[in-house]
Design a protein around this ligand. Sequence first.
Ligand code: ADP
Ligand code: MG
Length: 228
Amino acid sequence: MIEISDLIYTWQNHERPTLQIKQLQIGDGEKVFLHGPSGSGKSTLLGLLAGITPIQQGSIKVLEQSLEKLSSAKRDRFRADHIGTIFQNFNLLPYLSPLENVTLGCEFSPKRRQKACAERNNVTAQAHHLLNALGLDGSLLSRSVSALSIGQQQRVAAARAFIGQPEVIIADEPTSALDADTREAFITTLFEQAKKYQATVIFVSHDKSLSHLFDRKISLPSINEANL
Ligand code: ADP
Ligand code: MG
């Protein structure tokens, strides 16, 4: 599903690379926990995997597509079609309702819209279904997102990532604002959805207490030669 080779990434004005990864492969449907201390390059790696940050050197293949061969517009397109993202700050649009935020996940991808409609009659019905499956009460769905708690907003972000069945889900410390019990419960519901859609999940956190829930644990410093 994902194949990294000879990747080197250096931020502008940095003397040394942040990332230097020779090889990393992640299989179909794998649930990977990527950990490492703050500043070790976890978010940098996710940005590259998601096609948000352009690749400088080396290669990242997602679903057999080499991201470094795509223009910025084509990478955006590829992400819209195949990658669901859940970021630390959720990136929800505060003036829209949960339902509207979730249907946005299909806005830039006819492919995902089609898959969402194949599951339910229309995209809104599928958004409704996902929000319920992720544990958001029906009475909250049409309110403004800014009126929701952090935990509720996190569920909206997850539903938006899953709508239209993207093959890869990328989550960057989505649980950092939650207490321990809510964290585990959130990851469990996340996995239920991932299993249903056979999605590959890459979940980043510095909190190793969550790692036992995952198929595979990768310590970024252990594969990153820039840190040696
Ligand atoms: P983590 O997510 O593991 O905390 P990051 O990938 O955010 O680590 O950061 C790794 C390194 O890259 C840090 O030295 C950080 O300062 C640098 N970095 C991250 N984002 C940027 C950016 N947008 N511009 C310049 N440097 C950055
Ligand atoms: Mg980070």
